[in-house]
Design a protein around this ligand. Structure first.
Ligand SMILES: O=C(O)C(=O)C[C@]1(C(=O)O)C=C[C@@H](O)C=C1
Length: 289
């Protein structure tokens, strides 16, 4: 029977040059992937993402508005413990989602990152387009407080229907959509910086937040975003009724909306856009670290 050749020391130089070749090739591929992903990061592409995210946010608000405010969901005394039902729901769901690999994606940031279990999913090579020293900008605490203290009562009716678990589940979908949109400000800032580093560098070196805010602000774009979100709330949230002979082609009965479109407009103008800009500024402050 032929025996397999035992590796001899004389094979090591060949093995080493092979391994070295693999290393060079894989870092070449990595660089190519990085370059490709950076090429894909343009102001248009990040704005496309923000536009698509509006759909998710508007639909999530419409879903949450199915239930009244349901205050026991937010009151720790309802469960006789330290945490409210919604907080427990978010913590536990994030743990399951962490195991499923959700937070491998740099676009996703958990509200409760401490003690999250490791991902069971094999690592996926998400494009690493963010500047590492700036990538950790995090405003989840502000989003959490804003959502429960300011937003919720604006688009839910008063009252209580006992659907606290469903309420918490819908809150989580809203929170995750808002957080993804707002933290996407890191990608917007990176795209803007790459477009014109010479414009941003002096303000970054001076750590001048006001100058950065001025540089990245486009009032016309903000107005366009707010008007589009308002329209989405009108189109996605209208009550659809069919008369007997209605073919479904007409545009009648557009007066009842599940979420008031002007609230969607103000939600963006007063919270979503300002927080996205805050993330952009914080990101840029660390862009030369
Ligand atoms: O589209 C941009 O340029 C962004 O920076 C995003 C955004 C927004 O949050 O929608 C924020 C700041 C700008 O003033 C305009 C819009």
């Amino acid at each position: 029977m032929a025996s397999s050749p035992t590796p001899s020391f004389s094979m090591f130089p060949r093995f080493l040059s092979f391994a070295y070749g693999v290393l060079i090739f894989s870092s070449f591929c990595h660089c190519r992937r990085l370059q490709d992903s950076l090429k894909g990061l343009t102001l248009d592409s990040v704005r496309d993402f923000l536009t698509r995210e509006e759909d998710t946010i508007v639909f999530s608000l419409i879903e949450r508005a199915k239930y009244p405010y349901n205050s026991p969901t937010y009151d720790p005394s309802y469960l006789h413990g330290k945490f409210s039902l919604v907080e427990i729901f978010v913590r536990e769901t994030e743990a399951v989602q962490a195991k499923a690999g959700r937070y491998q994606n740099p676009e996703e940031i958990p509200f409760f990152p401490n003690n999250l279990p490791l991902s069971l999913a094999p690592p996926y090579k998400f494009p690493q387009v963010l500047y590492p020293a700036a990538a950790s900008v995090n405003v989840t605490k502000t989003i959490w407080t804003m959502y429960f203290n300011d937003l919720l009562s604006l688009f839910t009716t008063r009252g209580n229907d006992g659907n606290y678990a469903l309420t918490a589940a819908s809150d989580l979908v809203c929170l995750q959509a808002l957080s993804r949109r707002i933290h996407y400000g890191r990608f917007v800032a990176e795209a803007k910086y790459r477009d014109a580093p010479q414009d941003y560098n002096p303000a970054i070196r001076a750590q001048d937040k006001d100058a950065l805010m001025k540089l990245l602000t486009s009032e016309s774009q903000e107005e366009l975003v707010k008007r589009r979100v308002k329209k989405k709330a009108m189109v996605f949230g209208q009550d659809i009724t069919l008369d007997e002979n209605d073919t479904g082609d007409s545009n009648s009965n557009r007066t009842n909306y599940k979420v008031d479109p002007s609230i969607a407009y103000h939600l963006y103008g007063d919270w979503v856009i300002p927080l996205t800009k805050l993330v952009e500024v914080e990101y840029l402050l660390h862009r030369l670290d």
